[in-house]
Design a protein around this ligand. Structure first.
Ligand code: NI
Length: 268
């Protein structure tokens, strides 16, 4: 699989769960923009061979190289990003939930999910877009979600892209995120404004905005329910004093964990 094919598979899977991303992509393209992505974000549970390293495998085979690691203690996450030598390709941001840091009840819920995995599941070449490999009830989802939005999301959606992020620097008709955000609102899209519409700052070398999460119907054991799926993200990067563009994810507040919400969680 080439890098382009890999990204195409991920985009199709992502927009199936987050259709607003395809609509916004089309809206910007119709305006004449040629979009590049800043990063693609994946999520996992740590342990059982399922964490960051397992999800990164197909990307490393296509030339992405691991870069900085982050610890996001408040949200019980570890994260790392990968970068490709082709600057036109997005960075890959993978996070994993440190399940051991959750309450005993939430740990037990997650272990009930992991116990359903068939042997060899973590070795699947298509792990990063394999979807949800376990059964769960809506009640179990709600309990997990109440403790950790991130845990609820992975439980409900399994292994798939959480978000794509447009690189503002690739756009020619928007000078900044303020202009892009205003355009999106004008076209009927809702942006997550908890903590302000723009997260991060020039001092952190990274500013980001993202839409409020889409909602899609998800089948649980006992019910089919519309729950928050994913948002579409927009990032503006700034230059370091050296003149080089900053490619990292500032440890405080740069990369959101979630979509459904919990943007408040610092990091991820
Ligand atoms: Ni992101």
């Amino acid at each position: 699989m080439t890098a382009a094919e890999l990204l195409e598979v991920l985009w199709r899977d992502y927009t199936a769960a987050t259709p607003q991303a395809a609509r916004i992509h089309q809206l910007l393209t119709q305006r004449g923009e040629l979009l590049c992505n800043d990063h693609v974000a994946l999520r996992s549970f740590a342990g059982d061979g399922l964490g960051m390293a397992a999800l990164a495998r197909p990307f490393e085979a296509c030339g992405w190289r691991p870069r900085d690691r982050y610890e996001l203690a408040a949200s019980h996450l570890r994260a790392r990003y990968w970068q490709h030598e082709d600057p036109a390709l997005p960075k890959l941001f993978i996070s994993e939930l440190v399940v051991d840091q959750l309450s005993a009840a939430a740990r037990a819920e997650v272990h009930r999910l992991l116990a359903q995995l068939p042997p060899g599941f973590a070795e699947r070449a298509d792990l990063a877009w394999s979807g949800r490999p376990w059964q769960l009830s809506y009640a179990a989802y709600e309990r997990l979600y109440a403790e950790s939005e991130y845990a609820g999301w992975v439980a409900a959606f399994g292994f798939r892209v959480n978000h794509f992020t447009v690189d503002l620097g690739s756009l020619s008709t928007f000078p900044d995120l303020v202009a892009l955000d205003a355009f999106l609102v004008e076209h009927g899209f809702a942006l997550d404004d908890r903590g302000g519409m723009i997260k991060g700052s020039p001092a952190e070398r990274l500013e980001q905005s993202w839409t409020r999460a889409d909602a899609i119907e998800v089948e649980f054991d006992d019910a089919t329910v519309r729950i928050p799926s994913g948002s579409y993200e927009f990032a503006r990067r700034y230059r370091l004093p050296s003149g080089e563009l900053f490619h990292g994810f500032a440890p405080s507040g740069a990369e959101h964990v979630g979509d459904a919400g919990d943007a408040a969680a610092p990091g991820a």
